[in-house]
Design a protein. Structure first.
Ligand code: SF4
Ligand code: SF4
Length: 131
């Protein structure tokens, strides 16, 4: 169970060792705080602008949440001959790595959250298509 701002999400699934979570730096971008349509339009315009940049990935998770990612693989990410990923510093990896995914992420095909159907198989890079 993952506590997220008072809401407890139940995570189900298992790691597929695809390595997607280690291939970039992804930051959550919430739009739920936008008080007016103008503020919301401004946030959407920022996401659209960000998607124009080479190496930047913008994924929409739901109506109010997106991920902005930088295509920058971790230097400790390795793959075996079968293409399965491993962490070169597994025992001392950062907390953010241990906890991932702590909330629905379109980058992770292995886990989903009860009540959410978000997986990478439903990956949406809607802003990239608006170029
Ligand atoms: S993205 Fe998900 S399934 Fe893939 S390696 Fe990371 S935790 Fe495992
Ligand atoms: S430290 Fe390990 S688990 Fe964390 S991003 Fe790098 S390779 Fe992945």
């Amino acid at each position: 169970m993952i506590p997220t701002g008072g809401i407890v999400l139940e995570r189900i699934g298992s790691c597929h060792r695809c390595g997607h979570c280690c291939r970039g730096v992804f930051l959550n971008f919430g739009m739920g705080h936008a008080a007016t349509q103008e503020e919301r339009d401004c946030a959407l315009d920022f996401l659209r602008w960000a998607s124009f940049h080479e190496g930047v990935i913008v994924n929409q998770i739901d109506e109010d949440n997106a991920e902005v990612g930088f295509d920058a693989p971790c230097r400790h990410l390795t793959f075996d001959k079968d293409g399965k990923s491993s962490c070169g510093i597994y025992e001392v990896r950062p907390r953010i790595c241990r906890d991932f995914p702590s909330k629905p992420s379109v980058n992770c095909p292995g886990f989903r959250f009860k009540g959410s159907s978000e997986t990478s198989s439903e990956k949406k890079e809607v802003y990239d298509e608006q170029g």
